[in-house]
Design a protein around this ligand. Sequence first.
Ligand code: UD1
Length: 358
Amino acid sequence: MRKVVHVVGARPNYMKATPVILGLERHTHIEQILVHTGQHYDENMSKIFFDQLGMPEPDFNLEVGSSSHAVQTAEVMIRFEAVVEDLQPDLVLVYGDVNSTLAAAVVAAKLGIRVGHVEAGLRSWDRSMPEEINRVLTDQISDILFTPSDDGDRNLNREGISSKKVHMVGNVMIDTLVRLLEKARQPEIPELQERFALVTLHRPSNVDDLSVFRSIINMLNEISGSLQIIFPIHPRTRKMITEGNISVQQNKGFIIRDPLGYLEFLWLQEHATVVLTDSGGIQEETTFLQVPCLTLRDSTERPITESLGTNIVVGNDMALAKEEVLRILNGNGKVGSIPPLWDGKTGERIAGILAEES
Ligand code: UD1
C-alpha cells in the first residue's frame, strides 16, 4: 500500500485537488490522506466547497488561520511536519500557488519525501506577487510536476528542471467545472438582471493599495450606469472597503454579496456578459466557458487564456477596461477557443501516472 497525502489550504485549492482524489480512488493500492492547513477557515471560503465539490472531510485540519506571510507559512510548516513524521507518506501532493502549497512542499522535501506539484510551471514573471515566489520555489523542490499547458513545460525547462519529471496533463480545475456545470445554480439575487458584469478582486496589488483600489471602484461605479455589477466580495477586500473608507454606490446596478459557493459562482460566470477579475483560476474558467474576461492585473501566469482564450489583461488602465466593456456590450467581445487537454480528464491522467510509478 502506498500513501499519498494531499495538502489544501485556500479556496482555489479545493477544485484542483478533488479531481485527483477522485481519480486515485480507482487505484486501490494507494491510500489517500487529506490535510487542510486551515489557511482559509470561513464557512464560505472553505466548508461550502467541500460540500458542493463532494470532497472527503479532511483527515487533519492544521487550523493555521490568517497572519503575515512568514507566520502563516511557518505555522503550516511546524504543524505539517508533525503530521508527515507521523504518517511517513510516499508522496505529498501540493496544488497551485498559495502559501500552504510552498510550506507543505518545503516540509516534505526536507524530510526526504517525494513532492508532486499539480499546476506546475505557471509564471507571471512578477516577483512582487507572493504567488509567483510560491510557484518558483515549489517547482524547484518538486519531484514530479504536472503542467496545465505547454508554456508551463517551457518555463520549467528554462529553469533547469529535467523534462523527465514534467508531465503535461491539462487543466485539473476544468475537470471540476466539467463535472459540475450541469449542477450550477442561480444564486438568490432578486435584483439580478439579464445582462451583468461579474467582478472579483482580492490581489494585494489591487486592494491593499488604496489609490489603485479607489480607481477600480470608480471605474465599476461608472460602468454600473450601463451594466449591472455583481461583486461577491473576498474577506480581504471587504476589510479594505471599510478600512479605506471606499465609497461604493450600492444600488440595483451595483450589488455586493458575501463570497458565494462554487455552484452559484459557476452559474454567474456562465451567464455573465463579462467578467472582471484579478483571480488566476477565473481567467481559465471563463476561457473554458467562452465568456469574455478582463483581467485587472499587469501580467498573467496563464498566457494561454490570452493567446487562445477570451481573456484580455488590462492592468490598471481603467479607461481601457471601460472601453473593453463597451466593446463587449456592443457584441464585439473577444472570441476564443478551448486549450488542448482542458477536457475534464486531467485528474484521471494524473492518477494514472502516479499509480504507474508506485
Ligand atoms: C490566498 C492566496 C491567493 C488566492 C486566494 C484565494 C496566498 C499567498 N494567497 O489569498 O493566491 O488567490 O487565497 O482566495 O496564499 N480571510 C478571512 N477568512 C478566510 C480567509 C481569509 O476573513 O477564510 C481574510 C483574513 O483577514 C486574511 C485575508 O482574508 O488576513 C487574506 O487571507 P490569506 O489567506 O492570507 O490570503 P488571500 O488574500 O485569501
